[in-house]
Design a protein around this ligand. Structure first.
Ligand code: ZN
Length: 374
């Protein structure tokens, strides 16, 4: 088969292209990866179109027509990566050693993107028309503010989506949501020799922190079967100017993970009430992302399970604590799962790599899925 380009060659090509998200130091627009994806599909006789997202940053959608004109499957993978700071291997010099391919983005999530690209090329080379129209969406900005998938979701209709993220080839139907915000206490500055003339914002914050920790303990009362309970972590604190001043300001930053059934806005409103009760200020959320909870009876899960049975892989639905573009597609009404090669523990790491065997299996999974989903 002339078009049988090796999936690991595609992956190595992608890793060699710097696509660190521009929100990080040294980051660049994803355009070079996008152009590579366009050229790849052009060489394989598959049409593509662009979605402009931000200046110099666009999604690339490859499209294969299906037999059912009104049914569509989305395969989605992001093109950007996190920073290369702190990496202890060359980030853009992909190398294979003992069955592992190394480099920034090798695991998160260029392996998934390469596997999806390979699957579309293989089906086209075989001259097969799949049951549903297939869109491979290579999107921008997953590692910062999700602008790529937000653009993809505008007016989108589809019957299923698979989002590539490292799941070690597990079928993921559920993920936690996240809510982040800041809280502040204000006091009155004074000299530390006369603290009675001031109001200590740090002492006030200590009471706020205790109240938040007490509330966090109650979160274990409710648990999702695949995700466990919601969690709360106070990750930052700043306050005070000098050791001999009574501090007039203290600020904390909070990360709250949501489980299915929790609505970000409602959860935030609960903390706003607590803040009012404690005399603290609260900011609007810095970040809010809904949980994912695709029903295990849905078509997309059943089709994925049939493919996994055929590949002799585990079929049990799993949950992950990290967010992805799948939650946005799901909110748009597209039943979505997360599936991809590699471990999330290797994503964003100083030494990032992916298991080559998993990349090959993922390509096979995506190809079978495209033919299986009717
Ligand atoms: Zn990712």
């Amino acid at each position: 088969m002339a078009n049988n380009i090796d999936v690991l060659t595609i992956l190595a090509d992608l890793v060699a292209i710097n696509s660190v998200n521009p929100s990080y130091e040294g980051g660049v627009p994803e355009a070079d990866v996008a152009l590579y994806v366009e050229r790849f599909f052009a060489a394989h006789g598959i049409q593509t179109f662009r979605q402009e997202v931000l200046p110099g940053r666009f999604n690339v959608i490859a499209r294969i027509p299906g037999r059912h004109p009104d049914r569509r499957v989305i395969l989605e993978a992001h093109m950007d990566t996190v920073s290369v700071r702190g990496m202890t291997i060359p980030p853009f010099e992909p190398a294979i050693r003992e069955g592992l391919l190394y480099g920034r983005g090798s695991c998160d999530t260029k392996a998934g993107l390469a596997a999806m690209m390979h699957a579309l090329a293989a089906i086209t080379a075989d001259g097969i028309t799949p049951p549903c129209e297939i869109w491979l969406a290579a999107v921008v900005d997953e590692e910062h503010s999700f602008q790529g998938v937000i653009r993809l979701c505008q007016d989108l209709r589809a019957n299923a989506a698979i989002v590539a993220e490292p799941t070690e080839l597990r079928l993921v139907t559920a993920s936690k949501g996240v809510l982040r915000w800041r809280m502040r206490t204000r006091g009155k500055a004074a000299h530390s020799a006369k603290p009675h003339l001031g109001v200590n914002a740090i002492s006030h914050m200590a009471a706020v922190i205790q109240a938040l920790d007490q509330q966090a303990k109650t979160l274990t009362a409710r648990s999702h079967p695949l995700l466990g309970p919601a969690t709360l972590n106070i990750g930052q604190i700043h306050g005070g100017e000098q050791i001999n001043f009574v501090p007039d300001l203290c600020e904390i930053a909070i990360d709250r993970r949501l489980i299915p059934g929790e609505d970000a806005e409602q959860v935030w409103a609960g903390y706003a009430q607590l803040a009012a009760h404690l005399g603290a200020e609260i900011d609007r959320p810095l970040l809010a992302d809904a949980p994912l909870d695709t029903p295990v009876e849905s078509e997309v899960v059943h089709a994925a399970q049939r493919v996994l049975v055929a590949l002799a892989r585990p079929v049990a639905p799993a949950g992950v604590p990290f967010g992805s573009d799948a939650s946005k597609l799901s909110r748009q009404g597209v039943p979505s799962i997360i599936f991809g090669p590699g471990s999330i523990d290797r994503a964003h790491a100083a030494v990032e790599y992916v298991e080559c065997g998993q990349v090959l299996l993922a390509a096979s999974f995506f190809r079978h899925f495209i033919l299986e989903f009717g």
